[in-house]
Write a protein that binds this ligand. Structure first.
Ligand code: PHE
Length: 490
């Protein structure tokens, strides 16, 4: 059967950017910037973008496009056993997707609440108690929270219908889900910077604290942010590139994707800090008071609802904000699912694409149910930590080693240059072969030692061993076994 194709190069770029731009740009990046040295965080962030992000994105685009297969097939072509790298990638992606969809389910509920500003004044109590039913400090799951579960069903239906016919559906959906949230973000940025007090927030965002650069933790945060934000090491970019023609451009597409994605993160930072500045002024406190509270869910579901209620036309801006978040996230979510579907369809081409998409979505929904329980937020936090801090960097490390040492970087570079509008020099070989593996090994070792000494997030060490490391061991084992027992592709 003829492989499906993107309808145009622009649509491919829309899909790649759509995958890259997601919740990571709006909550993760600004929070990291606020926490790790303000404007100075941009230094490690941009260095990691250039040293890790762009070269690995080029690698993923190149291998997918050259092999014309998803993540497992592409690495399997080099050496059958290497297909385990692809399995590792899609399993990590699948893990992320199962909780990413739950965050989207919260977004959807908040979108409905926006019409009446239902969260009231105590946004924290509303989110943690009334919505999540979070059991304080107890990892006891209690039961499933029904509204979240229903919302999750709707999310998965939206994901399913975005990808049910594979790349054919994705091509249509991304024409809306890529540009729309970006336009809304710009609207919110304009609103944000014109609010009284915004300047103070922005100063806090951009004022560099260069001493932060001496801390390895900051570099690790920058590196894992780059992987997360560019959707690297999930098999997504490999799958997406495999639907391009073999002679299409690689290097320029990777550079455009990276630049647009980072630009959006930086704009999102302005939105967040400008509005925090406004809130600080309203409440008569310093912007720095909020920094410890703005990570992850708190920013989106606790701080933002509060700020949104304060500004004129509160309901309209709240709707706009949650529509933006939802549409921002959906193309990242379905790209993860698409990466898995591509691998399954490569292996079993006789299966109908609709069926493959259905199996993957249903499995993703079931896997995500744990995050809809009373202790869901804790499990989500732990899963996120272990997958993004170890899983991704480890898969990235294996990808660089596989290409650098087993496939041959020079061969891939010559292929990239034979099709690309921008030529890449031999520096790329050096990065893939030596520099990236060394950086990733140092960062992995560093986090490992840190986590052994201080249990992540103050959770009981036992839970972290069983659940956190457990996830990684299961992913590793399944990847190894699947590669070991699956038949090589002809
Ligand atoms: N890149 C997306 C973001 O920044 C998230 C994502 C992670 C997408 C993993 C796919 C895979 O939010």
């Amino acid at each position: 059967m003829e492989r499906a194709r993107w309808t145009s190069r622009t649509i491919f770029l829309f899909a790649a950017i759509g995958s890259a731009v997601g919740l990571g740009n709006v909550w993760r990046f600004p929070y990291l910037a606020g926490r790790y040295g303000g404007g100075a965080f941009l230094v490690p962030y941009l260095i990691m973008l250039v040293i890790l992000g762009v070269p690995l994105l080029i690698l993923e685009f190149a291998i997918g496009q050259k092999m014309q297969l998803g993540a497992t097939g592409s690495f399997g072509r080099i050496k059958h056993k290497l297909s385990s790298i692809g399995f590792g990638a899609i399993l990590c992606g699948f893990g992320v997707c199962s909780y990413y969809a739950v965050v989207m389910a919260w977004c959807l509920l908040y979108l409905i609440f926006s019409f009446s500003l239902k969260w009231g004044v105590d946004t924290e109590g509303f989110f943690l108690n009334q919505i999540l039913h979070l059991s304080p400090q107890s990892l006891d799951m209690g039961q499933v929270v029904t509204p979240i579960l229903f919302s999750l069903v709707v999310v998965w239906m939206a994901v399913y219908f975005s990808i049910w016919k594979g790349i054919k559906s994705v091509s249509k959906v991304v024409t809306v889900t890529m540009p729309l949230p970006i336009i809304l973000l710009v609207v919110l940025a304009i609103r944000g910077v014109t609010l009284p007090g915004s300047l103070e927030g922005i100063v806090h965002y951009l004022k560099p604290n260069f001493s932060a650069l001496l801390d390895l933790e900051v570099w690790h945060a920058a590196a894992s942010q780059i992987f997360f934000t560019l959707s690297i090491a999930f098999g997504i970019m490999i799958a997406y590139a495999s639907y391009k023609h073999e002679r299409s451009d690689i290097a320029k597409s990777a550079i455009i994707t990276s630049i647009v994605n980072s630009a959006i993160s930086i704009v999102a930072g302005f939105v967040v800090f400008a509005t925090l500045g406004y809130m600080a002024k309203q409440e008569g406190v310093q912007v720095s008071n909020y920094i410890s509270q703005i990570s992850g869910p708190s920013l989106t579901f606790i701080v933002f609802p509060k700020i949104l209620s304060l500004i004129p036309f509160a309901s309209a801006f709240s709707v706009l904000f949650f529509v933006m978040l939802f549409t921002l996230a959906i193309d990242s979510a379905f790209s993860l699912v698409e990466a898995v579907c591509t691998v399954v369809s490569d292996k079993y081409p006789h299966l109908r694409r609709q069926d493959v998409s259905m199996y993957v979505c249903v499995t993703g929904f079931v896997a995500g149910m744990i995050f809809t329980t009373y202790a869901g937020l804790y499990y989500l936090d732990v899963a996120d930590h272990y997958i993004t801090h170890y899983g991704l960097l480890f898969v990235g490390l294996l990808e660089a080693i596989a290409i650098g040492w087993l496939y041959g970087v020079e061969e891939l570079r010559l292929y990239i240059n034979s099709v690309s509008e921008i030529r890449i020099g031999r520096w790329w070989n050096v990065l893939i072969k030596y520099i990236i593996p060394v950086i990733l090994m140092v960062l992995l070792a560093y986090t490992f030692i840190k986590d052994i000494n201080t249990p992540y997030g103050g959770y009981p060490q036992k839970i972290l061993w069983i659940y956190g490391w457990g996830i990684l061991v299961v992913i590793g084992l399944i990847s190894y076994l699947l590669a070991h027992f699956s038949a090589p592709k002809r």
